[in-house]
Every structure is written in C-alpha cells, then in structure tokens.
Design a protein around this ligand. Sequence first.
Ligand code: F6P
Length: 563
Amino acid sequence: MSTQAPGSDFTGTDHGDITATQSWQALAAHQPHVYAMHLREVFAIDPERGRELTVDVGDLHIDYSKHRVTRETLELLMSLAREVGLEETRDDMFAGAHINTSEDRAVLHTALRLPADATLTVDGQDVVADVHEVLTRMGEFTDRLRSGEWKGHTGKRITDVVNIGIGGSDLGPVMVYQALRHYVDAGIRCHFVSNVDPADMVGTLDGLDPETTLFIIASKTFTTLETLTNAAAARSWLLEALDAGTDAVAKHFVAVSTNADEVTKFGIDTTHMFGFWDWVGGRYSVDSAIGLSVMAAIGKERFAEFLEGFHLVDEHFRTQPLEQNAPVILGLIGLWYNNFWDIGTRAVLPYSNDMARFAAYLQQLTMESNGKSVTASGHHVTTDTGEIFWGEPGTNGQHAFYQLLHQGTRIVPADFIGFAEPTDDLPAGPDGSGSMHDLLMSNYFAQTKVLAFGKTADEIADEGVPAHVVAHKVMPGNRPSTSILAPRLTPSVIGQLVALYEHQVFVEGAIWGINPFDQWGVELGKTQAKALLGTITQTDAPAADADSSTNELVAWYRRHRGR
Ligand code: F6P
C-alpha cells in the first residue's frame, strides 16, 4: 500500500440527525417484524443461514447466523453504512486524515502494523519508516534482555520485567502476555502494575529481586498521575534495596512514551526510550512500543506475527465489500441492537482461560472510544451510542451470570470465542470422552445453541416435569450470539481478534457521527482528585468546599485518618 495523506482539512464524520436518514427510518420500520420472529422460525424458513451467514477473515471463522436479523435486516444495515459514507470515512482513516477532529490528529494505529516495504506519508512524514525504526530498536533491546547480555546494576541478568502503566499502557500488554503464555520462551517473566492503590505495587514487588528486575515505564503522555507515582515508588524501592546511586536507574528503567522531555526529567536517558506518536491512541497502542513487555517475553519474531495478524484484518476491513466485511457486519449488528432494540450491552465470552483479560481490554477499547454524547462537530447526538462491554471466560460465566442471559427479561447479545486446538489439555476423566478441552468446547456449542433455540413448555412437559415446575424450566431462546472460532490462540490470532474489535468500534462510531478517538470525559475527575488531595491530607486544611455530600464524605475520611 502506498498512500499520501489528505492533510488536516478533515471536517469530521457528523451526518446531522442520523435518525432522519432514509435507511435509519427503514430500519426502524423493519424492526417490529424481526422482533416478532423467533430464531427457531428464522432458521426454519432460511435453512441455509447457518452455513451462509458466516464470514472468514484470516484464521477467524465467524458465524453471525444466530442473530435477530434477517437477510433484509443486513441489507438495510448496509444501506445505512453507505448512506453515511462509511467506506469514505474508513479510507480517510487509513490514509491519515485528521479524523480525530477535537485533537486535530490522524488516527493511524493501522500504520503500526504495515509491513516495512509499505509507504504512508502523513503530514509530510514517512510513518512506516518511523514505525520500523522503533520496532528495530525494540528488537535489539529485547534480544539483549532475552540473551542475558543486558545486565542489571550488579551484573546479573534480568529475569523479571515490571510494566508500569495504566489504561491503554497496561490493559493491552497484560491481556496479550496472558493470552500468549505458551510463547514465553526466554525466562523473562512479566508483571504489571497499574493502580495507584499501593497494594498493586507492594503485591507485585513482593518476591521480586531488585538485582534482576527491570521496569518499563509506559505512558504516552508521561504525565499520568498513577504511572508517575508508581514509577517513583519503584525507583525508590530499587535504589534503596541495591543501596545504589541514580546511575543504577539506567540499568533498571526504560520508558515507552511520546514525551521525551518528561522521560528525561524522570531520569531515564532517551537512548532507553521507545517512542510512538500522537496518532496512536492509548487504547490502540498495544501493537506500538507499548507492547515492549510482550516482545521481551515472546521475542521479536513472535511479535512480528502478532502485528501480521492485525494487518491481515486491516486489509480485510480496508478492501472487502461491506457485505463480506467482518468488522462491518459485526459493528452494524451491534448498532442494530443498540439503537433499534434499546439493548445497550454486549457480553464477550472467551472459552479460553488464557483470554481472561480480554473483556477488560475491550472495555477500554470500546467504551472509552464510543462513550460520547456529542457528534464530531459538537452537536448532541440524537440516538444512543456506546455499547457496554463486559464478560468472563467460559465456563466460569455459566455458573455466575448465564442464568440471566438464558431466562432473564433482558436480552444480552454475546460474542463467544473458542479454539480448535487447546493451549493446554488433560484427559476428561474416567467417564468422559475426549479431553478437557473438548468438554470446554462442548459447552461453547451448547450455550450458543440453547441461547438461540431454548426449550418450549411442551418439550419440558413431555419429559414428565410436574406442571407447576414447567414455567420455571422454560428456556425462551431467541437470545442472539456471534460465534468466533480459530484454530489456535497464536500471536497472529490475538492480533486478528483485537483488530476485529478495533474496526467494529470504528464502524459504530462513524455511523453515529461521533469521534471515537478522544476521551475528554476522563479529565475532570483527574483535576478534581488533584484539588482534593490537599484537603484530605493536610491537618490544618479548610474543609472541602464542595457539595454537602462530598464535604461530609471528606470530613468522615479526615476524621478516620486523624486529620
Ligand atoms: O485517562 C485515560 C487515559 O488517557 C487513556 O486514554 C490512556 O490509555 C491512559 O489514560 C494512560 O495514559 P498514558 O499512556 O498517557 O499514561
């Protein structure tokens, strides 16, 4: 791909009142027909849908047939996407237009995974060359760590890497490191500290040897209170434990940031800093230098496979017609429920214990991106935005919240993610056939089936269930889900999965006409916390000057802290 960015004259994705568009109104008129249908009926009249309402991208096989959509619904959703110019907005993003209008920035996480021979010039700069220059430096550094050539202050090799960061500078590396547990191959264990609650730092440092520990301070801005506070605590711990001067910092601290000045102020030499750019949003940065801890654990070759996975889905998203485009289809189905069914939530259920942090990762990706109430040009939106994402790995969730998914009054669309080959396996036990992994996956298939088709009162009564219990056992079904399958949880596959969701966020945001790439809503709480810190810590500080509730709460806290 060779592209020249169209410059910074991008005017935004605002389409005015989206609900006034022809396609929106057609969808609203169509919804009651679909609402009245049961998935049992939909499958009966369209028996090929289980085979045909599927899409393959890279290693991912995606079945969206168990959704409350007909083929007509899908056509109408595609018309909506075309009416609001989704393809043009997508092309603008890939080309480096400043689609993050409130910050006047390009949005180019897709450039982080372009191959080295691609070119993309943005604002006069060859961004592919920049990306690969940093990747090369990351590779050299992690090679030295992994081989033991990089030594700590006392001459010992590094065995433990602690990534200190929060939000996008934490959730991605944590999630991917855990997902790729089986690829950790050079004796480097990673740990992650994010919370300003000291329990996080203390609990992590407990048992670590300062002589063999290296800290990665990961912060795009290098001004984030939690991260800088934790970084300072880590530096004190290290220098005290080693009884060393600040020269030890060079051997035990590196930084990942866009802010060289602040990195230098902290005491880290910029030769030990790995950069990225303002066109990489924090929640889109796991594939930038923010992934340094992951590269240290799995090596640069595996990290390259991780990036290839993203790129595969990027190319699919960029080039495939909307009707065969996985992120477009899934994003539009998410929007269909959000806006035409008043369902604001989506469960993400990986049948993979190694993906335990995937839902937490997606929460930032999706909710910090699309939790907006104004359009890109600042007008109040005319419809709901921002699906609420949550989830837990199967089968744990089955014994917790699935009751509500199956028989509750609310409909919760769910994404099931599963793998053919296990990362670990054990025999299923004397009575079971197959292995524990087969048992896990039989639950995956059973749950999506039961959610969709349920069990009727007649079927239950026919089993001899007493009449007064029948109603309690009825499984209504008609509960929608997406099934995502992949051969195995590899570096490439985890990259593919992340990109699949990144682009769904984009599709929804583009149709709502909002800017998914800023996050002004997190700022006020930060400044007010800073302002209140003085009040709660100083004995002679005046009482808080806020509302009566906050004043009382602060007074209670001060009393209990003896202030
Ligand atoms: O507070 C929200 C946020 O700005 C996220 O968007 C970001 O991922 C996180 O804080 C951490 O920011 P930084 O990487 O600059 O420390």
